[in-house]
Design a protein around this ligand. Structure first.
Ligand code: ASP
Length: 417
């Protein structure tokens, strides 16, 4: 039985699974809303789960994100405080190009960050989107939750909120590497006008590039005013050229795939059974300025329910926005699925809803990856990916220390086969 058959079988067996899990089966289990199964907090074995950024980047310090978070959780720190302190490590690490300081910038070369967090026992959440100038958006997201009754602040308003709280605002969160890669992307996306990245760095662009009607440029950039009847075509051309140029940089080994869509999601449970989660990212590299992905949106890039568990994600955010995937996976766990089956069923939903030709590879399958980190209230974890069974890994930290575990993939091969 392949993975897809397995998921189908699992879905059919949902009511049985719910019964096994001690939940009252609901008549609408297959199609409709399900009454929440309230599980009382019970002692749990502490564990933290994240993607590999949570284990590989230490910013020159002694601990990775999962180690820092696990230590905090087991020393009695609030679970969310511990997780956020953990992800602050890769957020501040200039060599991690998918998060915080040094994250790959948007099409205008500006680093715009997204983050959200959810506190299971307190049942509150906060997020920020398109935030500029602050290397630790997760701390701002937590402040939104702690200090306001709002859930999401964006752009200039989010920055002003952070400034008022004393966060340091940097002029530019680019590192030399992220800037250099952005220039290379510009050269690839618009080779007629961006011939030499070094020349551009010295401010010596080619004459006429602003006025050339064939120039491929991000929507909103430049100084033109008034309606441009050709704007839809230009935007479409830009979107296609941008993605193609970005993926060619991944194929050429200039950017790790994990940094093109780079995020850290980190979820944890303490000995009392309290579950929290945080997601933080610079989002899709070279995105249209203002683009917000799934990471700051509750239910898309993160969802936590203290009765059920936590699910977060990395990968093509638009797929999670469309499917509200993290919420879906938590709901499937609520109905009785284990984290592995819930993750697989969610991936299957994404695969089924991916129908546009520009999102499909030669095999008719999604030409992108999406990965989920699932933590059940029981402490059981799973890492699932559309692609990359056994070859790609996620991170966990337990009392035995931090370790990498292989993802379970839904589909064979790679997104661009
Ligand atoms: N999901 C993020 C986004 O689309 C990026 C990522 O996870 O790599 O913004």
């Amino acid at each position: 039985m392949d993975r897809r058959d397995f998921v189908r079988t699992s879905t059919v067996g949902l009511t049985a699974a719910a019964a096994t899990a001690g939940l009252a089966p609901h008549p609408a289990a297959a199609t409709g809303p399900v009454a929440p199964a309230i599980r009382r907090n019970r002692a749990a074995t502490p564990i933290v789960i994240s993607d590999l950024s949570g284990i590989r980047y230490k910013n020159g310090g002694p601990e990775s994100a999962v180690e820092r978070a696990f230590r905090g959780i087991t020393e009695g720190e609030d679970v969310l405080d511990a997780l956020v302190a953990g992800v602050n490590i890769p957020e501040r690490d200039p060599t991690e190009m998918g998060i915080g300081y040094g994250g790959l910038p948007n099409a205008d070369g500006v680093v715009q960050l997204d983050s959200c967090c959810m506190h299971g026992p307190r049942r509150w959440a906060g997020g920020v989107a398109a935030l500029e100038g602050i290397e630790t958006p997760s701390l701002v997201a937590k402040a939104v939750a702690e200090l306001t009754d709002h859930h999401l602040l964006v752009g200039a308003g989010a920055q002003a909120f952070a400034r008022a709280l004393g966060f340091e605002i940097e002029d530019d969160l680019n590192t030399e590497d992220s800037r250099r890669l952005w220039l290379e992307w510009r050269r690839r996306v618009d080779p007629g006008h961006w011939l030499d990245p070094e020349e551009r760095l010295r401010g010596q662009g080619r004459a006429g590039e602003e006025t050339d009607p064939d120039r491929i440029k991000p929507p909103g950039s430049g100084s033109s005013t008034g309606a441009d009847p050709d704007a839809p075509r230009r935007i479409r051309d830009f979107a296609d050229a941008s993605l193609e140029a970005g993926l060619s940089m991944v194929d050429d080994g200039l950017i790790p795939e994990g940094s093109f869509w780079g995020t850290i999601n980190c979820d944890g449970i303490n000995a009392a059974g309290d579950v929290c989660g945080v997601t933080t990212t610079s989002g899709l590299s070279w995105k249209i300025p203002g683009r917000t992905g799934d990471s700051p949106i509750l239910g898309a890039g993160l969802y936590v329910d203290n009765d059920v568990g936590a699910v977060g994600s990395t990968g093509r955010g638009e797929a999670n926005l469309y499917n509200l995937s993290s919420f879906l996976a938590v709901e499937l766990m609520r109905q009785g699925m284990g984290p592995l089956d819930a993750g697989m069923a969610t991936l299957e939903r994404i695969r089924g809803n991916t129908v546009e030709a520009r999102l499909l590879n030669a095999r008719g399958l999604p030409n992108f990856d999406v990965r989920f980190f699932l933590l059940a209230k029981s402490g059981e974890t799973a890492g699932v990916a559309l692609y990359g069974s056994g070859e790609t890994h996620y991170a966990v930290c337990t009392e035995n220390g931090a370790e990498e575990r292989p993802f379970e993939g839904l589909l064979e091969g790679s997104p661009r086969d």
